[in-house]
Design a protein around this ligand. Sequence first.
Ligand code: 3HC
Ligand code: NAI
Length: 678
Amino acid sequence: MSVVTTEKQDNVLVIIADNPPVNALGAAVRQGLVDGIDQALSDDDIEAVVIRCDGRTFFAGADITEFGKPMKGPSLADALDQLEASNKPVVAAIHGTALGGGCEVALACHYRVAVPSAKIGLPEVKLGLIPGAAGTQRLPRVVGAEAALPMVVTGNPISATKAHAIGLVDKIVGEDSLADDAIAFAREQIGKPVRRSSEGTANRDGVENPAIFDEFRQKNARKLRGFEAPEAAIQAVKAAGELSYAEGVKKERELFTRLMTGTQSAAMRHYFFAERAANKIDGIDPKIDLIPINRVGILGAGTMGGGIAMNFLSAGIPVTIVELKEDALDRGVGVIRKNYENTAKRGRMTEQQVEDAMGILTPSLSYDDLADCDLVIEAVFENMDVKKQVFSKLDAIVKQGAILASNTSYLNIDEIAAVTKRPEYVLGLHFFSPANVMKLLEIVRGEKTADDVLMTAMKLSKKIGKVAAVSGVCPGFIGNRMLSPRQEQANQMIMEGANYWEVDDVLLEFGFPMGPFQMSDLAGVDIGWHRDPERIETLRDALCAAGRWGQKVGKGFYDYDEARNRTPSDEVKQIIAEFAAKAGNEQRVISKEEIRERLLYPMVNEGAKILEEGMAQRASDIDVVWINGYGWPLYTGGPMFWADTMGLDTVVAGLEQHGLPVTELLRDKASKGEKFNG
Ligand code: 3HC
Ligand code: NAI
């Protein structure tokens, strides 16, 4: 069956695309659109055209799988020029998500109607690109540069109502009557001169007030740091005001082509598919029956327990949270409320939503109240004996068929599961701090974890807005396990003569939000410290003994001012120098390049080991973990994709040069000229 069909409704031709799952604008669809317009223009009975899609959404964009391959059939830009040139009015009928090329189709139509639930956006920057079918030129001409900027530069879609308010959508129509309402709307346009987006004049605002571009750059500087596409997007929107339409389109094409052939876009396209691949669990039927999760129990209302609870509350899933003592419970619940209220103050939640979320939270001091939960997540102290005690107690109380999960960062899930009579219902759900904010959820698959339990956790992660990846049981799982060799090298290098702020700065320059020593200050240098100021065996002991516990006390590796700006500390430099001298370490200048290689290459090696041992299903899952859990810069595609772009032979040579271990899988792939991804 053809992916595009047409239907004559008296004097209106309806062009209908049906290309599941998301009506991506592949070659056949583009050809179908061109043919549909030809048919409308050559049929004298036809006076107007409607373009709509069957299935769950209007066109969700270009077909990303075609990127990087030779173009087949008409280009989207050409197809849309033909469409816009029509002298019979063309109406886009939008439902679902009109994204990227889909938004550009809508812009090339003379009019747009949408159902209230529709979303419209140009997410190309999220793939390291800008729109490539004149979206950056038509949109500002319709809505103005100021309204176009956030759409093109951040890539976040807007609601149909917002689109209506800024003039992108002409009419909001009935949720269930889109097809008919669009035809009626098209008939109303017959006889009027067609209105072409390319001829719009709203873009004058950017010429009259050119300061909007720099203001936008400044306001979003932190978010956009390191990314190439957003700057290109700003330039394209600016060009829409300064150049003729034809010249503007040429400029867009130049910028688009440069990005499309660059490494950032390749990395971000890799990530797009990596995130989706991570949802798939090898050997498990995705249609397996899931365990219904109607109530979640959380044990421990500390740093993690509270944050974890918020994920479910925000998704409308009732939570029972259990603590040992009244004051800890009150404190935990208080923090949850305060977090919600702060969100409301920033306008990102209504007071009613705060009350709704708090209204489905049941605080308790009794494990018995967890009996009816479908899933219980333990977030108590990181200690195997405590975890074992807690799990045997939970096993006895929580109903059969319910899932028991641990939020442990390092401990062995199989050992924890073994104390229960239901090891197949036990798994790790490793959230990241702050758990209500960080996107990553590592799902730890125990030796005995049942398939439906695993798949239920995977589906649930999507419901609470997390990006999930599956890890096998090994110390630190995927993420923390790879953090260890990085930290080891960081610690070693500052003993060999590298300044600790230089080590941090190398990672900042690479694109991480912070370096290892900044991270230590943020988390608390005193975490896990024995608390005896007289016992000084490690650098950490010395820092803690000197009261340098991290940001919370205003000093750790760095000194902090009121605004939490960091400055390197002479005292710390001195302490480090003393340790290095005691160890008899020769001091030398360590280049930025060496620092970078010694921090990052061992991580790649550890990633290879994780793959070798089957602890990750695929290299791209490791990329998903590091991008979402630790701020690895998205535009490099994650550690394994980055290693691919560096060349695995380069990584091996670097490791060898620094006397660091190389695992067999990495050496083997490098010698064969292979990559981790594809
Ligand atoms: N091309 C090819 N495949 C796509 C695709 C696209 N544009 N968008 C989604 N898919 C695939 C996904 O890979 C997935 O495949 P799988 O089932 O084999 O894993 C399937 O469609 C379903 O996607 P999701 O799991 O993401 O479904 P959701 O319902 O959660 O989300 C969506 C739907 C909001 C449309 C989301 O898929 C999305 O954001 N897609 C990308 C949109 C986008 O970036 N468009 C711009 C493309 S670039 C462009 O248009 C350039 C132009 O200017 C020339
Ligand atoms: P926390 O110390 O802030 O909170 C633990 C809470 O559990 C305390 O409020 C304590 O009163 C309560 N508790 C202890 N024993 C209990 C019991 N038997 N029953 C009920 N409540 C009990 O600790 P945090 O940081 O929240 O860590 C919890 C778990 O999450 C640990 O396993 C940790 O490794 C893991 N984790 C921590 C991360 C972090 O950044 N803090 C990140 C990811 C995982």
